[in-house]
Write a protein that binds this ligand. Structure first.
Ligand code: BG6
Length: 517
């Protein structure tokens, strides 16, 4: 296998992304990446295209190999053909043939069931051959991109073959979501993982942390002094975090019906957004300093009591409706969804962060499938001015300032301000000051998985979830799951393509309203 030349940027490549340039300057050790579930959906749609884009930018290490492990029996060449097709279909760039072919040469395939000892022996042999070929032990990163029931099986099998450590190289394990389905299962998975691996070897994925816009929250908060005096209960009235999607569950009923919106998006992505918004400035931008601060926020959120689950949460399912002009079925009519399913496709909840900075500020979270449009945003709603000095007609358009951090689409930050409408009267209306990624920066943002794969190979866990963080997330979510499970009430309903169930409006008090979708 030709692996000894560093991947060069493609001729005519667009200007390098500053993030990747920055990463490239930091050493990315020579690595063999092993993807369990290498022929699966995530691998084809995200991981293989991410590897191509890293290769395109010359960001992969000098010696890099990919070993895909899956059950299907395929020769290396067939796997390469499948990978080529996946990259051509899903890469954010049109692949350059030279870069793509050079990358594919580094791909090999090991067929095995995930619980088959002989398969791990074969894997160990292939890894040794790659080290021999390189003339040096390469770092190893095992990426678990399989159905979650295989996570413990694979971890234990790696341990049994002594593949979890190496005397002369770093060994890492990257674990996809979901990390457990409740507090108890997350704890037992952590026990299995930490029985074999040390925490610094473990990279639990939450792909939201790989998004540029999510990382920008840290830049926005900690590189701009002007927001700090406002960033607290004295100036902030409430916060709304929205992750709405127009898509339904597609072909994922098997997974989704056991998960639901709360586990699928709130436990991980939305709580990550909340912690980044609320955390104190870390002393350094390193894995433990950042994650220590995030965990403190999670610990400041009291898990809801059964009564609070009744009054502060809403779950709902989409019924039939119209999305983008097309009639779509309701959740219960989707294929493979049991007709009696109570699984929520929409979840909304109120949380409070009980600390000096945030006490008393309501945080309203909502997420759902088949809503009016896709938008992920955090709206920081400031308090109204204490006194309006304008004549009656001028006051009409005065609204409290809103700071909107948009993760997707139209990535950017927008601040609404009251401004005088030109004319002889003092009339005021809100206007927006906007920063848009698309116009401020010429280069295209890397996909979340590019950044995350790179960081995992470098051993930087800042953008990954630590064991105590996962635990703290589930501690908040578990009582809601339990309350919903024990409730005899069916979930509320909303029409596909709408802004969600009416019941969610009742979560906001004192005249507050959800932002329009
Ligand atoms: C995944 C969920 O983690 O995130 C999906 O399993 C969801 O159900 C997806 O659609 C949303 O991610 P993004 O990056 O499209 O906002």
């Amino acid at each position: 296998m030709a692996t000894s030349t560093r991947s060069e940027p493609a001729a005519g490549a667009e200007p390098e992304n500053p993030l990747v340039e920055g990463l490239e300057r930091l050493p990315v050790p020579n690595t063999t990446l092993v993807i369990f579930g290498g022929t699966g959906d995530l691998s084809r749609r995200k991981l293989l295209p991410a590897l191509y884009n890293l290769a395109h930018e010359g960001a992969l290490p000098e010696r890099f190999n990919l070993v895909a492990v899956s059950r299907r029996d395929l020769p290396d060449d067939d796997f390469r053909g499948m990978a080529r097709e996946a990259i051509e279909s899903f890469s954010r760039r049109t692949p350059d043939a030279t870069v793509l072919e050079a990358l594919l040469e580094r791909f090999i395939y090991v067929p095995t069931a995930f619980d088959e000892e002989a398969g791990y022996k074969a894997l160990a042999e292939r890894l040794q051959e790659l080290d021999d070929e390189a003339g040096t032990p390469l770092n190893r990163a095992f990426y678990l991109s399989t159905a979650p029931e295989f996570f413990p099986v694979i971890i234990q099998a790696l341990g049994a073959q002594r593949l979890h450590r190496h005397p002369d190289a770093d060994v890492r394990v990257i674990i996809e979501k979901p990390f457990g389905t409740d507090l108890a299962s997350a704890r037992s998975l952590n026990d299995v993982v930490l029985d074999r691996f040390r925490e610094h070897q473990v990279f639990r994925i939450d792909h939201y942390l790989g998004k540029e816009t999510v990382q920008n929250m840290l830049a926005f908060r900690f590189a701009n002094y002007m927001f700090e005096p406002l960033w607290n209960r004295n100036y902030i009235d409430h916060v709304q975090i929205t992750a709405s999607e127009d898509l339904g569950i597609g072909t994922r009923a098997g997974y989704y019906d056991h998960s639901g919106a709360l586990r699928d998006l709130v436990q991980n992505h939305m709580l990550q957004l909340l912690t980044l918004l609320c955390m104190e400035p870390p002393t350094a931008f390193d894995a433990d300093s950042v994650r220590d601060e995030k965990v403190k926020v999670l610990h400041a959120i009291e898990p809801p009591t059964p009564e609070q689950v009744r009054t502060n949460t809403v779950r709902a399912q989409y019924g039939p409706g119209v999305v983008s002009g097309e009639e779509v079925p309701g959740y219960l009519q989707e294929s493979d969804v049991p007709a009696s399913s109570h699984t929520e496709t929409f979840a909304a909840l109120n949380l409070e962060v009980h600390n000096w900075r945030w006490a008393g500020v309501p945080f309203h979270l909502r997420t759902g499938k088949r809503l009016a449009r896709k938008v992920t945003e955090i709206a920081v709603m400031l308090k109204p001015v204490p006194h309006l000095a304008f004549a009656q007609d001028g006051s009409v358009g005065v609204q409290p300032n809103q700071l909107i951090l948009t993760m997707q689409p139209n990535e950017g930050v927008s601040l609404s301000l009251g401004a005088k409408i030109p004319g002889s009267r003092m009339r005021i209306r809100p206007v927006n000051m906007e920063f848009l990624y698309g116009t401020a920066f010429v280069s295209q943002s890397p996909e979340a998985y590019e950044r995350l794969i790179m960081d995992a190979m470098r051993g930087d866990a800042t953008l990954f979830t630590r064991n105590d963080e996962v635990d703290a997330q589930w501690e908040i979510i578990d009582p809601i799951l339990q309350g919903w499970q024990e409730s005899s009430e069916a979930p509320a309903t909303y029409a596909a393509g709408s802004t969600g169930p009416e019941e969610a409006d009742a979560l906001l008090h004192e005249g507050r309203r959800w932002r329009g979708l």
